[in-house]
Ligand binder design. Sequence first.
Ligand SMILES: *Cc1c(COP(=O)(O)O)cnc(C)c1O
Length: 367
Amino acid sequence: MSTHPFLGLAPLSAVRFASIEDRVARLLRTTQDVVIMQGEALLPLEGAIRATAGPGTTALNVVTGPYGQTFGDWLRDCGATVIDLAVPFHTAATAGRIREAFAAHPEIDFVSLVHAEAATGNTNPVAEIGEAVRAQGALFYLDAVASIGAEPVLPDAWGVDLCVIGAQKAMGGPAGVSAVSVSERAWARMAANPRAPRRSYLSLLDWKQRWIDGGRTALPHAPAQLEMLALEACVERIEAVGLETVTARHAAAAAAVRAGALALGGGLEPYVHDAAQAAPVATTLRAPSGTVASELVARALAVDPALPLAAGGGALAKEMIRVNHYGPDATRGVVRASLTALGTALAERGLPVDVQEALRAADHGWR
Ligand SMILES: *Cc1c(COP(=O)(O)O)cnc(C)c1O
């Protein structure tokens, strides 16, 4: 039988599994326990909420995009009292707004926040918000799936108790495994929660009892070896070039798309008004008035179907264009090709665009 790179693999050993966890911990600059979960990032995102929230919880759920809405639903499902703090998707949350919520509701003991939103293109100031959360003494849950690899993610420095990451965005890795760093405080909250999943695929406590507390010598079940090897390879690649180089590439791509879109003309505008609140992982653009974003994207993809362009989800499909310049797509070539294709789509609508000017601005913005 001929060999195939995906098939006939030896089982992944506990030693190898633990070493991949340690590498992910180094990527997060954390000394907390890191648990690699055998599923897409929604697994630890849901598992961490169900483990820590219950009827006694008062949660401040910051909504800056679609994932925040999902977290609020899970929290309510757990019986928590949920205070949703929604900010318009073209902006970001601020530490000031969080402090106001604490002043109005001193009983808040849990905060959920999405760091960067690939779906809306904004990013939140987690360091400043973390300071406010620490002063409140609340447990801090962070979705860093779209920020890891695209900008600094520092759970220990920021006081994050549960930091969830996935490799499929800026890390350029697999989607089928994910990780969460867990603080001692978070473990204690789970241990004290009678409703925390136990003997369940969602359970973080199972991983603590059966894996971490046993010195990580015996795996509770056969891991997804293909995805684990892909995660190891992608972390190795990031280590080889340096995490700062990878994040700088994403920041450059975001700056280039923003500058290029403004120079393109035709009424195209960055969706997130303030560049400081725009996520390095993906840039969202507002379709010119009189156009429909999903139609423009379809035309641009007809020019080049491989481009990382998408319309916004749900109601945003009319007005939002997403340029998902992450992972292998955080390159000058992809940025230039995306602007060119969007220029073609806008020109077909009879809008005045200057593609050459957009490309010059993008090249300049990249630096
Ligand atoms: C991409 C992403 C996830 C992962 O969810 P998918 O819908 O499976 O891609 C989670 N949180 C955020 C903020 C993301 O951008």
